[in-house]
Design a protein around this ligand. Structure first.
Ligand code: GAR
Length: 217
């Protein structure tokens, strides 16, 4: 099977980008990164991409007169790189409905909660504030509403009584690094489709009490 071409969009640290770089380095992984785009100059994620020998582009939203112009530039770079799938990996800009529709079902995001709960920013603070017993992370197709769209893969983690936002974020990040490559592998293997705004994964077994991602091989 031909390798799925990924554009990875970042704004900062890039640890999820790193998990995709590491996955793609495995010979049997059915995807490759063709471009890494950051909307912020000088971030750690760009360093990670350089180290891996990947092409990078900075498209600084502040240099554009409006969102539309920024997104046109984004679109041109992604298309020019020949990407099949756009992976938002800590990309902290909201995308307009126009952009999202242009990449319908070819645009995925990772979010550090069990969506649809706890959308937006300061997720771990909100989870602790709510007294939730579990949190986790979600990889989903992007739709115009923030942090919404068909869910591809999730992982749950327990919330401990003595958790701080940082300790919870660290426990969840470990799972993010597991499920983002998993979601990409499932898509790249042609096992994922969207039907009536729900994701169907060929060959997935029934959910095991919701604790472990059912799609894992
Ligand atoms: C990750 O925890 C990711 O889930 C979150 O930003 C962090 C980026 O870390 N994304 C969002 O909150 C998007 N709504 P990274 O730069 O080390 O991958």
């Amino acid at each position: 099977m031909a390798s799925l071409k990924l554009a990875v969009l970042i704004s900062g640290r890039g640890s999820n980008l790193q998990s995709l770089i590491d996955a793609c380095a495995e010979e049997s992984f059915p995807a490759e990164i063709v471009t890494v785009i950051s909307n912020v100059h000088g971030v750690k994620g760009l360093e990670r991409a350089h180290k891996a020998g990947l092409p990078t582009v900075v498209i600084d939203h502040k240099e554009f007169k409006d969102r539309e112009n920024f997104e046109d530039a984004l679109h041109d770079v992604i298309s020019g790189a020949g990407a099949d799938l756009v992976c938002l990996a800590g990309f902290m800009r909201l995308l307009t409905g126009d952009f999202v529709r242009r990449w319908q079902d070819c645009l995925i995001n990772i979010h550090p909660s069990l969506l649809p709960a706890f959308k937006g920013l300061h997720v771990h603070e909100k989870v602790l504030e709510a007294g939730a017993r579990f949190s986790g992370c979600t990889v989903h197709y992007v739709r115009p509403d923030m942090d919404s769209g068909p869910i591809i893969v999730q992982a749950a983690v327990p919330v401990h009584g003595d958790d701080t936002p940082d300790t919870l974020a660290t426990r969840i990040l470990e799972q993010e690094h597991r499920i983002y490559p998993l979601a990409v592998r499932l898509i790249a293997s042609g096992r994922v489709r969207v039907e009536n705004e729900r994701v169907i994964i060929d060959g997935a077994v029934a959910p095991d009490a919701g604790m472990i991602n059912p799609a894992e091989d």
